[in-house]
Structure formats: structure tokens, C-alpha cells
Design a protein around this ligand. Structure first.
Ligand SMILES: [Cu+2]
Length: 107
């Protein structure tokens, strides 16, 4: 199965953690019929590397089509997972845990 990578628009600058990286507006008008969106609140992410780790793991979850992260460095980041249908919540949590972070809740 092919996993579609999402361009987050994060700039990995040379000056350490790109904590102020603006979340990419990956809002290209994809005609996703019956698309689902799950919002996860993830603690502990601090930079673009954290974002890409989480994105990578979540993208590997079956059914996930798009992952977008609104990074809040050192706080609770909002991770939006889009899928064509329902996605196993436990699989999403496991993916975030795999990346090394914890889901503090859903929104
Ligand atoms: Cu980081």
C-alpha cells in the first residue's frame, strides 16, 4: 500500500529546533467524499523533527490519508488526521506512542 506523504511546509532551519515553524496549510481542495477527520492532542512535540516523526508514524496507519500538525512547542499540539473512513483510534494512539509522544486527548 502506498502512503501519501504530506508536505507540511515546515522549515528545518539550521539554528536548532525550528520551534516557530508555521504549520503548513495543506488545504488543497481535495474532493474527499465522506472524508473523516480526527483531531488528536499530542503532548511533548517541540520542533519540526517531532512533527515529522509523528506525521510519519500516523501516515503509516491503515486508512490515514493526510496528517497535519499545528505545533505548539513544549505544549499540546493539535494533530489532525484525515481518512476516507473510520480509523482505529487505538492504532492512532499506538502510532503516536511509537513516535515517542503521548496523546493527551481528542478534540
Ligand atoms: Cu523535536
Amino acid at each position: 500500500m502506498t502512503v501519501e506523504r504530506v508536505e507540511l511546509g515546515l522549515k528545518d532551519t539550521a539554528n536548532g529546533c525550528a520551534c516557530c515553524a508555521t504549520p503548513g496549510a495543506s488545504t488543497e481542495g481535495r474532493s474527499a467524499e465522506a472524508a473523516m477527520s480526527t483531531t488528536l492532542l499530542v503532548d511533548g512535540m517541540t520542533c519540526a523533527h517531532c512533527v515529522s516523526s509523528v506525521t510519519e508514524e500516523l501516515s503509516a496507519v491503515p486508512g490515514v490519508e493526510e496528517v497535519s500538525v499545528a505545533l505548539t512547542a513544549g505544549g499540546t499540539s493539535t494533530v489532525t488526521v484525515r481518512s476516507a473512513g473510520p480509523v482505529d483510534d487505538a492504532a492512532l494512539r499506538a502510532a503516536v506512542a511509537e513516535a515517542g509522544y503521548a496523546i493527551s486527548g481528542t478534540a
